[in-house]
Design a protein around this ligand. Structure first.
Ligand SMILES: [Zn+2]
Ligand SMILES: [Zn+2]
Ligand SMILES: [Zn+2]
Length: 121
């Protein structure tokens, strides 16, 4: 097997064992034994992203990926900066004139803790 094909196979296998969301470093760690460089990992992920086989999001200024999750949502407290991840299952509120692939949502507000403090204070 050609080296490139083999590397791709190793990466594909490792990918399937990762969590719902992962980043390039996590994937790289899994394949480090096989001497696959981080640049190859990035190239591999980029190719999958272009083919829409994985979906990319931004989490804490970090690019993260998912194989089967097509949305990533944050609820950010504007007072303390705490970020909570939201799990969105129903996406039928989305209407696009075309074919949507994935989306990212940023909801801002006050977390319960800050909200309570405000009411007491
Ligand atoms: Zn996508
Ligand atoms: Zn996130
Ligand atoms: Zn807060």
């Amino acid at each position: 097997m050609a080296r490139q094909t083999k590397q791709k196979q190793i990466l594909t296998d490792a990918l399937k064992k990762l969590d719902l969301f992962f980043d390039a470093f996590e994937l790289h760690q899994r394949v480090a034994k096989s001497r696959i460089g981080i640049a190859t990992v990035y190239r591999f992920l980029k190719q999958l992203e272009e083919k829409e086989e994985i979906h990319a999001f931004l989490c804490n200024d970090q690019k993260i990926y998912s194989l089967n999750k097509k949305n990533h949502a944050h609820f950010t407290c504007e007072i303390c900066g705490k970020i909570e991840h939201l799990n969105i299952k129903k996406v039928d509120f989305l209407r696009v004139s075309g074919k949507a692939c994935h989306f990212q949502l940023d909801v801002k507000g006050k977390c319960n803790g800050c909200f309570k403090k405000e009411k007491i204070g």
